[in-house]
Design a binder for this molecule. Structure first.
Ligand SMILES: Cc1cc2nc3c(=O)[nH]c(=O)nc-3n(C[C@H](O)[C@H](O)[C@H](O)COP(=O)(O)OP(=O)(O)OC[C@H]3O[C@@H](n4cnc5c(N)ncnc54)[C@H](O)[C@@H]3O)c2cc1C
Length: 436
């Protein structure tokens, strides 16, 4: 039998590398008996638009890690909707990176930790023995107490647990082009949501390729189970580009799948944790870099606590994630995803197209800032006015409203907003569940 370690991390993307960094910070002895297996060699590419919320950098900086790579700093997000256009600004909200450079830099920092990083090793399966797990690789087996599945959307670890590919799955198609006269300023990322037949959006992100300022554009389309609507995303993106004088046939197209989180699906088994896109990221936007890093930070802390206490059942992993900011953020985004990309889009789209406080709060979350209670109060006021204008039945008929109220209550608890403020959302003397 091969060598024996305490933890095997499978996959060296943002999730796996962050697990190594945070495990090293929380439990250096355990990290010294941990190996991270990555099938590629750095620098390796990953199809990705590279938009990273500043919360990822803040989190990494909390363990002394600065990822210095060429980046385009972001200060604004704009969106086109059927009903209009929105622009929200927040200085230092994030940056756009290239994964070729970002992941390699993160790997360099991981190499400075006690975790052994092995490149060019492909995991082919996991075998379970009464007292240990055996990770099979193309370089021989490794015995371990715990496995972290950070191996992305095609996760072999997830398959080894017998789990299906997941309820929320998406396709994204991206390419890089020259800047055109219609493009937003270089500090702004743009989302086009004008096509209501698309359960997703088209994006334009400023990017730097080998020092050249270009625009990374692409289309994201998510499906919820078999009910989701199919879409010819290449044809839609081609039309969007043509309207800007760009010919899709002349661009190098990169297509890849994504997995959104579905809370009903298992995220762990005895001895095995799933994190990052192997578990599921944000299905609303397909954002997964910052989530991968947040998952890695949580996995590092969780492994330090559970293995340190001699436990490997990992029964509490899902509730642990759910109780943290990552879990609450993902839960809220799941709710918006099911509403926005579904028959209830008309309930929420006019509100999103006119709200300003919604973007204030969303950008604070994206950037990893403490949420300003004043922004939350303004958001509640805007919701109240919207519901007052469109009629209370708008919300009463909304199937997801119970979960929305539960999340609002949770958010109010975290931001210190008084439950009394939440009653403002109930016009005509009716009481919302948030206020009960
Ligand atoms: C076109 C596109 C655009 C996107 N744009 C953005 C964006 O702008 N912002 C954003 O935040 N997110 C974006 N995403 C999502 C983001 O890229 C992913 O969610 C993120 O990379 C997930 O990180 P991860 O560490 O979980 O997995 P990954 O980054 O996929 O890393 C998994 C790693 O595991 C390795 N691996 C896989 N199988 C094995 C095996 N059997 N053995 C050993 N190693 C293995 C892989 O080589 C890889 O290095 C985009 C995705 C796509 C497809």
């Amino acid at each position: 039998m091969g060598r024996r370690v305490e933890v095997v991390i499978v996959g060296g993307g943002p999730a796996g590398l962050s697990t190594a960094l945070f495990l090293s910070a929380f439990a250096p002895d355990l990290a010294a008996r941990t190996v991270l297996l990555e099938r590629a060699r750095y620098p390796r590419d990953k199809f990705c638009a590279g938009g990273v919320g500043a919360r990822a950098d803040r989190l990494l900086e909390s363990v002394g890690v600065h990822v210095e790579v060429p980046s385009v700093p972001l200060c604004a997000v704009s969106a086109s909707w059927g009903p209009g256009r929105t622009l929200a600004r927040l200085e230092g909200m994030g940056r756009v990176v290239r994964r070729f450079e970002f992941d390699a830099a993160l790997a360099r920092r991981s190499r400075e930790t006690p975790v052994e990083l092995r490149e060019g090793v492909t995991v082919s399966g996991i075998r379970r023995h009464p007292d240990r797990l055996v990770v099979d690789t193309d370089r021989g087996p490794i015995e371990t107490r715990a496995v972290v599945g950070a191996d992305g959307v095609g996760s072999i670890v997830r398959r080894a647990l017998g789990l299906p590919r997941g309820e929320i799955h998406a396709q994204a198609l991206e390419l890089d082009t020259e800047i055109t006269a219609n493009d937003p300023p270089r500090d702004t990322i743009h989302f086009d949501l004008t096509d209501s037949t698309l359960d997703g959006y088209i994006w334009d992100f400023p990017t730097l390729v080998d020092g050249r300022p270009l625009v990374c554009r692409g289309i994201y389309h998510v499906r919820v189970g078999e009910r989701g609507r199919p879409s010819d995303i290449e044809a839609k993106l081609a039309r969007y580009l043509a309207a800007r004088g760009l010919d899709i046939a002349r661009c190098k197209k990169k297509r890849f799948a994504e997995r959104g989180i579905a809370w009903a699906e298992p995220m762990a088994a005895p001895g095995v944790l799933l994190i990052g896109e192997a578990a599921g990221i944000d299905g609303l936007t397909g954002e997964g870099i910052a989530q991968g890093i947040q998952y890695g930070a949580l996995a590092g802390r969780y492994l330090a606590e559970t293995l340190g206490a001699g436990r490997t059942d990992f029964r509490t992993w899902r509730s642990f994630v759910k109780g943290e900011r990552l879990g609450q953020d993902l839960a809220l985004r799941s709710l918006l995803m099911r509403t926005f990309y579904g028959p209830d889009r008309s309930v929420i789209e006019p509100f999103l197209a006119e709200s300003s406080a919604f973007y204030e709060v969303a950008l604070q979350v994206f950037a990893g800032l403490a949420i300003d209670p004043e922004s939350v109060r303004r958001l509640i006021g805007e919701v109240a006015r919207y519901v007052g204008r469109t009629g209370w039945s708008t919300l009463r008929d909304w199937p997801e409203r119970r979960r929305a109220f539960a999340l609002a209550r949770e958010a109010a608890r975290h931001t210190g907003t008084s439950p009394a403020a939440a009653t403002e959302t109930a016009p005509n003397g009716e009481t919302t569940e948030a206020a009960q």
